[in-house]
Design a binder for this molecule. Sequence first.
Ligand SMILES: Cc1cc2nc3c(=O)[nH]c(=O)nc-3n(C[C@H](O)[C@H](O)[C@H](O)COP(=O)(O)OP(=O)(O)OC[C@H]3O[C@@H](n4cnc5c(N)ncnc54)[C@H](O)[C@@H]3O)c2cc1C
Length: 375
Amino acid sequence: MEKFDVIIMGAGIAGLSAALTAVKNGMHTALVEKESNFGGIAKDCFHTYICGLFKNDNARPFDIANPGICSDIFRFLHKCYGDKSLVKMGKVETLAFIQKDLWGYFFKNLNRDNFIFYGSSKCLKPVSENRKIKKITIIRQHGNQNKEINLAADVFVDATGCAPLSDKSRTNHSQLGGYCFLLQGGLDTDLSLIIPYTARKIVEKYNLNEYLKFVTITYNFLTKNYILKFSVKNSDDMAKCHFIYEKLNKDIKELSGLKFLKASQNIHLRDCNRIEKKTLTHEQVHDTGCAVKSYWPTEKWDIKKGTLYQYCKKDKPFCIPVSALKDDGFDNLFLAGKNINISQHIHASARVMGICIATGEQAIITASNYLKKET
Ligand SMILES: Cc1cc2nc3c(=O)[nH]c(=O)nc-3n(C[C@H](O)[C@H](O)[C@H](O)COP(=O)(O)OP(=O)(O)OC[C@H]3O[C@@H](n4cnc5c(N)ncnc54)[C@H](O)[C@@H]3O)c2cc1C
């Protein structure tokens, strides 16, 4: 059985950041991903803006919130596109990017002798002893055949977005999920008001799930593509999104001029099986001992008014403490990305890509500190 220093589960943006940190620190690293390639939600939903990377400080615009890998990625992408990648949207600062460049960055930097990628491989239950995971079984797809492989490690990082190894103590889906369409355009037409307005009328007319009326569209000037995003409650909504899109096409001339390229493969429910045992109160997350700082606003959904944002005050970010990156059940299991233990209230702020990159890095730092104490 192959033995690693660390096994990271999930190759979304958080798992990739964790893997890069581990590899750079000389750890013998395995990254296990159930899909064939990198990217997770950010790839499947055609993301083009990294949120949560900056402090949103008017006095010092585009100042990085968390140094380390966030700074490295920022420098790399900024070098690719220059200042036009720095995009202020309303009150918040984001970084525009092209998918192939971001995943290419990880691909190039992870290409080292101390790294192995297990693609098309699903992590199953762990084997544990005295609160420690000893090994995990993965099912690897090989053509039509599935092969079971056991992998051992000193520490494990769960970046699957759903915390499958942890004790699932709650599932409270209070945040909406997302389902996206990629459209090819090039016209740079501002459809950001007409789309939600028309979607609302369609949802009312056909008596559909009220949350479906929160359809938004963003334009990526780097790729000249539009991303149409539906807010969904469950997987039954997928067919309804296609229905709304057809109706929108009939009503909005500019939209019908865009070419439909593809839809996401999955509905991405935002909460998944996030664990709430170590939930922190709003006051606690402002505590000083934070591993990651988030200046990204929180979101609250209101069926009448849509998303209500709560912005961070200057020098008052939400702080994700080290304890949020540790699992309750296993001493050598660490959490990164959207499945970290954080209070419901700030989850939206802790889940964006910039913060997932930072928690991925910090999960490895926390795991390394644990290993130092053990030896
Ligand atoms: C519709 C939508 C739009 C968004 N827009 C933006 C945006 O514009 N900008 C932004 O910054 N953020 C945005 N976000 C938030 C952000 O995309 C996600 O929170 C972030 O990408 C999550 O990254 P992650 O690595 O934690 O999880 P994921 O991307 O979910 O990655 C988890 C990975 O683990 C794999 N996996 C799961 N289970 C297993 C298993 N058992 N074994 C092996 N592998 C497994 C999955 O296949 C996946 O690749 C958006 C989210 C949604 C839903």
